[in-house]
Design a binder for this molecule. Sequence first.
Ligand SMILES: C[S@@+](CC[C@H](N)C(=O)[O-])C[C@H]1O[C@@H](n2cnc3c(N)ncnc32)[C@H](O)[C@@H]1O
Length: 216
Amino acid sequence: MLEKMAEFFEARLHMYDEHMLNDIEGADLFYPFTAECLPKENGAYVLDLGCGTGLELEEYFKINPTVKITGIDLSEGMLNALKEKFTDKEITLIQGSYFDVPFGESKFDAAVSVESLHHFTKTAKLPLYKKLCASLKDGGYFVLTDYFAPDDEYERFYQNELIRLEAEQGITDSEFYHYDTPLTVAHETEALLEAGFASVEILHSWENTYTIKAVK
Ligand SMILES: C[S@@+](CC[C@H](N)C(=O)[O-])C[C@H]1O[C@@H](n2cnc3c(N)ncnc32)[C@H](O)[C@@H]1O
């Protein structure tokens, strides 16, 4: 059964960190790697899309404890868990969808997203990435660490599966339901370039998880 996005994560919150860190291939490496890619300057402004309980931020604060984070997440439970972990850090948390929340203009030195955007199609991401690009300062960049489809057939299969499951379960509302529909790296790159990013580079990969850097 498909579950609403926030409810899916909240039902698993008690074991979320342990599951991500122990069961996801490469997680012990990709969280620190992602953090290493983010700005090291004192007081840098960084936006986190789908920050969850803050696993990437845990690593990032070790490298840059003075960073000013804006974190957006649909799930209040995930955000509460994050808040409890980092009581002494400068964090602004926004509960909502990153498709709807305004990001502002030329505001952030960088943005990051880990294991969140693989739930959405290229069509949905295009306006999001335009908004994201506009919110970055000149020369600012976006570090995306996420799960990607190995080929077009895999990408198409899971997108069609989601449509089939929604129809089967009579889902007609426009809410987000949790189901993995990863794009290929090629399609993600196209979306970022079409949205206005000047360059996109693959920095690393671990099985199907890649870190991609898109520079404004
Ligand atoms: C697998 S978790 C990743 C959390 C964190 N980045 C990490 O790596 O541990 C995915 C997160 O994305 C959030 N999310 C999914 N769709 C979202 C949306 N449209 N807007 C904001 N957050 C969203 C979920 O609520 C969840 O907390």
